[in-house]
Write a protein that binds this ligand. Structure first.
Ligand code: ISE
Length: 353
């Protein structure tokens, strides 16, 4: 069985992490090409990973095949390349729509980092185009579904042992964010994870969102509304709330408590060693989401490769990406008004039959 030949578009923080993951940790796949607007960054990564993949092949006694990772200047050329079987899109969200249509045109399975696209209308066009293709080739990078803690929580709630789930309480804190990380990105790039988590855990669509903005922390630049407090209303009458605070200063912290009819369950309380010494007690907190969710990303990419080889997807679909985009679009309106905003969502059965 030959390895799935993967190309990565966008080798910033997330794309470089995925490229390294394909080379170092993912079986049944190999990295053949990368593309990025910053050619120097792409060249440096390709050089480093070419050496890494060659040594990995030698070390693992892998088949001796060309280990060179090449740089392709134009992402469209990478997507079209005959030696690229599947694509990981980790480019900026504004580039996703065009690149996704190119993947569909060339029939290339694609793992697209969130957001699917920048707005609901373009996301719906992607869903419709994939539906016309006649098979699912788009998987969206909502990696929390692959986190062992979230997966265990989903299994517990689906078991019915706690009865019907009534509420979700979510906390999503980043240690810090760059000045370019504006209020809208807190909704579209961060809160979007809780949008998918709520849809996935409840198995319901979000029908209304309200985004509240308390007095911002004084530790960020003018005008950034951070933290934000949002309430999601689900189609079955359940509710979810989330605090998103991207300049928390302390570390990276993501918690979720599900409250059901006969009990509650909480994840994200921290793992690792809990020490008591010298009149002190506590543990450590990761600084970055790639540390907290490293295992989730590893499982996500491995299962995506395995599913792609089977001609399937194994995780959030293009519809999930569209639904999240529609909720975030309503969230942005609520961010500006402070009022509840109904989510305008197409009828799934009409779009997908
Ligand atoms: C980042 O893009 C992620 O996806 C992280 O999971 C999230 O915590 C962070 O706020 C985003 O910027």
């Amino acid at each position: 069985m030959t390895d799935l030949r993967v190309g990565v578009v966008g080798v910033g923080v997330m794309g470089a992490d995925h490229a390294e993951r394909v080379v170092r940790k993912t079986s049944g796949a190999r990295l053949v090409a990368v593309a990025d607007a910053d050619a120097g960054r792409a060249e440096a990564l390709a050089g480093r990973l070419s050496e890494r993949s060659a040594s990995t092949a030698r070390h693992s006694g892998g088949t001796t095949h060309a280990e060179t990772v090449r740089v392709v200047e134009d992402p469209m050329d990478l997507i079209a390349a005959d030696d690229v079987d599947a694509v990981i899109l980790a480019s900026p969200g504004f580039a996703h729509a065009e690149q996704l249509f190119a993947c569909l045109e060339h029939g290339k399975p694609v793992l697209c980092e969130k957001p699917l696209t920048m707005d609901a209308a373009s996301a719906l066009r992607v869903v419709e185009a994939e539906h016309k293709l006649g098979r699912q080739v788009i998987q969206v990078g909502f990696m929390r579904r692959f986190d062992p803690e979230y997966a265990a929580l989903k299994q517990l709630l689906d078991s019915g042992d706690l009865g019907r789930t009534l509420l979700l309480h979510n906390v999503h804190r980043n240690k810090s964010a760059p000045p370019t990380f504006r209020s809208e990105m807190i909704v579209r790039d961060s809160m979007v994870h809780e949008v998918d988590v709520a849809r996935w855990l409840f198995g319901e669509e979000i029908t209304r969102i309200t985004v509240h903005t308390p007095t911002p922390t004084s530790l960020v630049g003018d005008g950034v509304l951070d933290p934000q407090l949002a309430v999601f209303e689900l189609a079955n009458g359940a509710m979810a709330d989330v605090e998103v605070f991207v300049n928390f200063q302390v570390g990276y912290e993501v918690r979720c408590e599900a409250v059901a009819e006969r009990g509650s369950a909480t994840i994200g309380l921290g793992s690792g060693v809990f020490t008591r010494a010298g009149e002190q007690w506590g543990g450590t907190m990761p600084a970055d989401f790639r540390v907290r969710f490293e295992q989730a990303y590893d499982i996500e990419v491995q299962r995506w490769v395995d599913a792609t080889v089977r001609g399937e997807i194994d995780g959030p679909s293009a519809w999930d990406g569209y639904a999240a985009a529609a909720v975030c679009e309503a969230g942005l309106e609520s961010l500006s008004t402070g009022k509840p905003v109904d989510v305008a969502l197409a009828d799934r059965s009409e779009v997908l039959g």
